[in-house]
Design a binder for this molecule. Structure first.
Ligand code: HEM
Length: 158
């Protein structure tokens, strides 16, 4: 097993892991739920609620959970580069980087193009790039997260 224990280890659902890993597991599951709800709200044309939820999901994901993972990576918890478990870590990290780029692009385009009518937040046709970058964000986020859970089960549980 390549993962080293440089933090407080705890037992969580029968597996031994660092406190940071447990926080990330719970946090990313919550972010997943928020992203699903935010997407459904966009489909229902509830732009105002959609935008608050997406901003919350991205900010908590990037500023809290991705940062915990980045610190663990830099601290050498997964070995040195190329990481001992690079076959799983590298695609996970690359998908996470793509996720961040797509999210920032989607947010900038949304703020540039949205309009308001009767208190509702709407996207005119020229805002279609926001929709496409938003969809790419959702796809890459799920890819990164599923790969993250695969790493977890492989190295902590399996
Ligand atoms: C990471 C952040 C965001 C993501 C991933 C995202 C994603 C999406 C997606 C995928 C759609 C199209 C849904 C569909 O019809 O298939 C959409 C629509 C929309 N988004 Fe976002 N979004 C984000 C942030 C924002 C922000 C910050 C705003 C406002 C400033 C915004 C405003 C809107 C609006 C107004 C719509 C159209 C809703 C409608 O059809 O009436 N979004 N977004």
């Amino acid at each position: 097993m390549a993962i080293t224990a440089s933090e407080n280890m705890i037992e969580f659902f029968g597996a031994i892991m660092s406190e940071g890993t447990a926080v990330v597991l719970i946090g990313e599951a919550a972010v997943a739920a928020v992203i699903v709800v935010a997407f459904v709200l966009a489909r229902l044309h509830k732009g105002k609620y959609h935008h608050w939820l997406m901003l919350t999901a991205f900010a908590s994901d990037f500023l809290v959970f991705k940062m915990i993972m980045a610190v663990k990576l830099v601290d050498g918890n997964y070995g040195t580069f190329p990481w001992d478990i690079h076959w799983a870590i590298l695609p996970h990290v690359l998908a996470a980087v793509a996720t961040t780029v797509f999210a920032i692009g989607a947010i900038l385009l949304a703020f540039k193009h949205y309009t308001k009518k009767d208190g509702k937040m709407l996207l005119p046709p020229k805002g279609r790039k926001h929709r496409w970058l938003g969809r790419l964000f959702i796809i890459s986020w799920w890819a990164s997260t599923v790969l993250g859970y695969v790493i977890f089960f492989k190295f902590y549980v399996g």
